[in-house]
Design a protein around this ligand. Structure first.
Ligand code: EPZ
Length: 418
C-alpha cells in the first residue's frame, strides 16, 4: 500500500507545467474508435484512469503504442463492441464509449458502470438521449445492450446539462445522415475540446461551449494528430494550495479563462492572481478571509471537482463560510478527515458550514475519492506537523504524481511504498 507523508507549514514557490486534462483525454480516447483512421495524441498525461481507458480500447481491438507521452492509436482492426465489467468498474466514465461504438459498429454492449464514492452516478440521461436518436436499449444481466440499426439524426433535449451525456450523444451522431441538434448541453471546456478533436478526424460538429450543439453526419474520416487542453482541475488544485500555504507560484500552459469562477473566489479571499496569457501566477500571504458562500454548478459555475479543495482552504480562513454541493449527493466525505485535523465543520444535507480555525494539526487520514484525497493533501501541506494520507490510489486517478508536483513547488511531501 502507498501513502503520502507530508510535513506541513512550508510556503510554496516555483513553477509547474500543467498536464493535459483527464476529463478531455477520456472522451477523446473513446472517440478514437469512431473511425478506422490513425489518431496521434500528444502530451498524454498517464493518469491511471487514462491508462485503463487505453486498456479498454485494446480489449476492443485498437492497437495502442506510447512513444514517450505521445500515444499512437490504430483503430483499423477494432472488432469488438463489448466493454466488460472488469473495465467499467475501474473507469465508470467508460459509459461514453456507447456513442463511439454505435457510430463505428452500429451496436454496443457495456457493463453497467455503477456508482462511486461521491454518488450513484446514474446514466438515465445517456439512455434517454440515445433512445431519442432511435437506439433500442435493453438492460439485462448487468449490461446495457444497444442496437443502433434504426438510429437517425434528430433533436435531443437534455433534462440536465450532463457532461458525459453530451459527449456520448455528440459521438453517437457523427455518422448519422442529416443534422442532429442537442439542446441544454453541458458547456465544459472539455466538450469544446472533444468537438475540436472530432472535427480533426473529419466530423462536422459546432456549438460546443454553448448549450446547443449541432452535428452533421459524415461518411469519410482522416488521420489526425491532436493535443488535448490542459487540466483545469489540476491547475485549480494547485492555485488553491498556494493560496492556503502562502507563497508565489507560476502555473504554465494553463489559461485563466477555464478557471474564472475559482479565480474570482481566490481574489475574494485575498490572494493575488495574475493572468499571464498562457500562464497563471498566484501570490498569497496565507492569511485569507473566508469566502461567505460557494455553490457548485455546471460550467461556467464553480466546478464540483474543486469543491473539496476549496472547502479544505476554508477551514483555515478567518470567518465563516458555506459550501453547497449541488452536483453530487455525497461529496463531503473529506469533512470527517478534516475534523480529525482540527477543522470546525457542520454538515446539513448538501451544505457544509465551516468556521475557520487558527490552524490544522497533522494526522493520519484516509482518502475516500479522487478530489477528496487532493483536498486532504492540501490540508496536510498547511497543517502543523506531519500528515499521512492513505488510499492514495484514488488521487492517482486524476493527478500524475501529486507529490512530485508539490516537491517542485517547495513542499515537503513524499510517497512511501511499503
Ligand atoms: C464529468 O462526469 C466528470 N468526469 C466529473 O469529474 C465531473 O464531476 C462531472 O462531469 C461534472 O462536472 C469526466 O468528465 C470523466 P455529469 P459525468 O453527467 O459526465 C447526474 C472528476 O473528479 N446525472 O455531468 O459523470 C449525476 O449523477 C470527475 O474528475 C444523472 O442524473 O458528470 C450528477 O449528479 C468526478 N443522470 C450530475 O448529473 C445521468 O445519466 C452531473 O453528472 C448522468 C448524470
Amino acid at each position: 500500500m502507498e501513502t503520502l507523508f507530508i510535513k506541513g507549514g512550508r510556503k510554496l514557490g516555483g513553477e509547474l507545467d500543467i498536464v493535459t486534462a483527464k476529463n478531455a483525454l477520456l472522451p477523446i480516447l473513446a472517440g478514437s474508435i469512431i473511425s478506422d483512421k490513425n489518431v496521434i495524441l500528444k502530451k498524454v498525461a498517464k493518469f491511471s484512469d487514462v491508462m485503463y481507458m487505453v486498456k479498454i480500447l485494446e480489449s476492443l481491438g485498437v492497437e495502442a503504442k506510447f512513444e514517450g507521452d505521445t500515444l499512437i492509436l490504430s483503430p483499423k482492426h477494432a472488432y469488438a463492441h463489448v466493454v466488460k465489467d472488469e473495465y467499467t468498474k475501474k473507469v465508470r466514465s467508460s459509459v461514453f464509449l456507447l456513442g463511439p461504438l454505435l457510430s463505428r459498429f452500429g451496436n454496443a454492449k457495456i457493463a453497467y458502470p455503477g456508482g462511486c464514492n461521491i454518488g450513484n452516478r446514474p446514466i438515465n440521461l445517456h439512455i434517454k438521449g440515445l433512445e431519442a436518436l432511435g437506439v433500442k436499449i435493453e438492460e439485462k444481466h448487468g449490461y446495457i445492450i444497444c442496437d443502433g440499426k434504426n438510429m437517425s439524426a434528430g433533436e435531443v433535449h437534455l433534462d440536465f446539462p450532463s457532461v458525459g451525456t453530451t459527449e456520448n450523444l455528440m459521438m453517437a451522431s457523427v455518422r448519422l445522415k442529416g443534422v442532429t441538434t442537442i439542446y441544454n448541453c453541458a458547456r465544459e471546456p472539455e466538450i469544446e475540446d472533444l468537438q475540436n478533436f472530432l472535427n480533426s478526424i473529419g466530423c462536422k460538429v459546432s456549438g460546443a461551449g454553448s448549450s446547443t450543439i449541432v452535428i452533421t453526419g459524415v461518411e469519410s474520416f482522416k488521420d489526425c494528430e491532436y493535443q488535448p487542453i490542459h487540466d483545469r482541475i489540476v491547475a485549480g488544485t494547485y492555485l488553491i494550495a498556494c493560496a492556503m500555504c502562502g507563497g508565489n507560484i507560476l502555473l504554465k500552459g494553463c489559461e485563466k479563462k477555464y478557471n474564472q469562477a475559482l479565480i474570482q473566489k481566490l481574489k475574494q479571499s485575498g490572494a493575488i492572481v495574475e493572468d499571464l496569457g498562457k500562464d497563471i501566477e498566484i501570490k498569497s500571504n496565507g492569511k485569507l478571509k473566508s469566502i461567505p458562500s460557494i455553490e457548485t454548478q455546471p460550467y461556467p459555475g464553480f466546478p464540483t471537482d474543486l469543491q473539496n479543495q476549496i472547502l479544505a482552504m476554508q477551514t483555515i480562513t478567518k470567518g465563516t463560510s458555506v459550501v453547497v454541493e449541488n452536483l453530487y449527493e455525497s461529496r463531503f466525505k473529506i469533512c470527517n478527515e478534516l475534523l480529525r485535523m482540527g477543522a470546525d465543520i457542520t454538515i446539513k444535507d448538501r451544505m457544509a458550514i465551516i468556521n475557520g480555525v487558527e490552524r490544522l494539526y497533522g494526522a493520519n487520514v484516509v482518502a475516500s475519492d479522487l478530489r477528496g484525497g487532493a483536498g486532504l493533501v492540501l490540508a496536510g501541506l498547511v497543517a502543523d506537523g506531519y500528515t499521512t494520507v492513505e488510499d492514495i490510489y484514488h488521487i492517482d486517478r486524476g493527478y500524475l504524481s501529486i507529490e512530485e508536483d508539490f516537491c517542485k513547488l517547495n513542499a515537503e511531501i513524499q510517497r512511501i511504498r511499503d
